[in-house]
Design a protein around this ligand. Structure first.
Ligand code: FAD
Length: 468
């Protein structure tokens, strides 16, 4: 029909995985079509994920830093918050980036087909758009359909006071009391934002620690800080019911001893994880296998069981992170163009952009213990760092794990302000097979937080023993 197109490579979804794959394939000479159901490109990350959350976290950081300056003799008055303007700032950042993607697509002649795409066969996707149905036939396909928040059966998700991360980023209002259901990265980042804006926060987490992927000692400084700021943090506790009434959302909790208690909140943010969109694209019609949870299995070249169809990003599995999606997208595109690429990264760093930030990559101590991997460690507490003391934030810790056989770096966990930026040096060290001497003998600028990586290596080597 009119508008039907043929692509050498079709990319389903325009998130960080999708646009990276589309751009790389186009740069390698392929005729590329990218299908997107949303009005803007960029997927979760740019529209309702990484970017808007970081814009708001920056605002939160400025507010709390101004508050804490009081202890150093600099007192500001209480901030006046204009939610419309704040929303405008966030939307402006998002718009600049998603608009940028339109330009980058045009520049590479990547054709955007708008609408909801579903497979109708191994070489065909049907796209339901506002102006009717179009078909896209293809030689090769890269599925980058991403993920969406998990909803819970016993929660009234249709009540506007029950929100997910997308709702939280909309900033409809600043609730007086907010429950954050789930103590993972996304929940805690949003808690950090609403706490700074003035909400009283309660966090409930099923596991015995917040950010369950990171080592307990590394999470501790964050836990200590938010304990001092938030109303309640319930660990080893589950939510068993949420009842909506005019008075608010009455939430029933159950602790690990089976005891129930309840409390009432103005808003409940559900942040209990994300589920892949693999089941929503009729992948079986192309012969692509999707597991019970909605994940699509791939090999190290990002190839599904059908050799001309690839999959990348959140839809192929954990960790659901933008930088993983981007890396996989480039691998898939290069394989489509005939290159012999594989996904062979040694690690994928994780960062919680909370205050303080928590970042880790490679092996964690918890993992090492569980798997019986031998390791030694170098730990540097930031209380001995001139830079962190000058920042008034000395609660951080930099911990490096080493292979006892050859002293190579095999893991890193950092907690503290800017930990997310600091983790990359450890990531590079691990990728390049650097050892403790490499990190210890590299001259780091003084005074910086990056020195803590150098000091942690020296603590391991024993070349610094007592802390200043
Ligand atoms: P997505 O970004 O999910 O994109 C998939 C796209 O495909 C969407 O645009 C969707 O509309 C489209 N699509 C799906 N199905 C169809 C279809 N059938 N037809 C047409 N279009 C379709 N990660 C980080 O690394 N750092 C962070 O700081 C970070 N912060 C986050 C904060 C929040 C609040 C959230 C929710 C997530 C965050 N993430 C972060 C995770 C990150 O957003 C995802 O890992 C990333 O977006 C995954 O990219 P993707 O390309 O796989 O899919």
């Amino acid at each position: 029909g009119p508008g039907d197109v043929h692509a050498e490579v079709v990319v389903l979804g325009s998130g960080p995985g999708g646009y990276s794959a589309a751009f790389r394939a186009a740069d390698l000479g392929k005729k590329v079509v990218m299908i997107e159901r949303n009005p803007t490109l960029g997927g979760v990350c740019l529209n309702v994920g990484c970017i808007p959350s970081k814009a708001l976290l920056h605002v939160a950081k400025v507010i709390t830093e101004a508050e804490e300056m009081g202890a150093h003799g600099i007192r500001f008055s209480k901030p006046e918050i204009d939610l419309d303007e704040l929303r405008g700032f966030k939307d402006g950042v998002v718009g600049q980036l998603t608009g940028g993607l339109d330009g980058l697509s045009k520049g590479r002649k990547v054709q955007i087909v708008r609408g909801y795409g579903k497979f109708t066969g191994p070489n065909m996707i049907e796209v339901q758009g506002e102006d009717g149905v179009k078909t896209v036939s293809f030689d090769q396909c890269i599925i980058a359909a991403g993920s969406e928040p998990v909803a819970l059966p016993f929660i009234p998700h249709d009540d506007p006071r029950v929100i997910d991360s997308t709702g939280a980023l909309e900033l409809a209002d600043i609730p007086e009391r907010m429950l954050v259901l789930g103590g993972g990265i996304i929940g805690l980042e949003m808690a950090c934002v609403y706490d700074a804006l003035g909400s009283k926060i309660t966090v409930v987490e099923l596991m015995d620690q917040i950010i369950p992927g990171a080592d307990k000692d590394i999470v501790k400084p964050l836990m200590t800080r938010i304990k001092g700021r938030y109303e309640n943090i319930f660990l080893k506790t589950k939510v068993t019911a949420v009842e909506a009434s005019d008075a608010g959302l009455k939430v029933t909790f159950e602790d690990d001893k089976g005891e129930s208690f309840s409390d009432t909140f103005d808003k409940v943010l559900v942040a209990v994880g994300r589920k892949p969109n693999g089941k929503l694209i009729d992948a079986e019609k192309a012969g692509v296998a999707v597991d019970d949870r909605g994940f699509i299995g791939v090999d190290s070249q990002q190839r599904t069981g059908v050799s001309h169809i690839f999959a990348i990003g959140d839809v192929v599995g954990q960790p659901m992170l933008a930088h993983k999606a981007v890396h996989e997208g480039k691998v898939a595109a290069e394989v489509c163009a005939g290159e012999k690429r594989h996904f062979d990264a040694k690690l994928i760093p994780s960062v919680a952009y909370t205050d303080p930030e928590v970042a880790w990559c490679g092996l964690t101590e918890t993992e090492a213990k569980a798997k019986g991997v031998k390791y030694e460690k170098g730990v540097f507490p930031w209380a001995a760092s001139g830079k962190s003391l000058s920042n008034g934030r000395s609660e951080g810790v930099t911990k490096l794990l080493f292979d006892p056989e050859d002293d190579r770096v095999i893991g890193a966990c950092i907690v503290g302000t800017n930990a997310g930026d600091l983790i990359s040096e450890a990531a590079l060290a691990i990728e390049m097979g650097a050892d403790a001497v490499d990190l210890g003998h590299t001259i780091h600028p003084h005074p910086t937080l990056s020195e803590t990586v150098n000091f942690a290596a020296e603590m391991f080597e024993g070349t610094i023993t007592d802390l200043m």
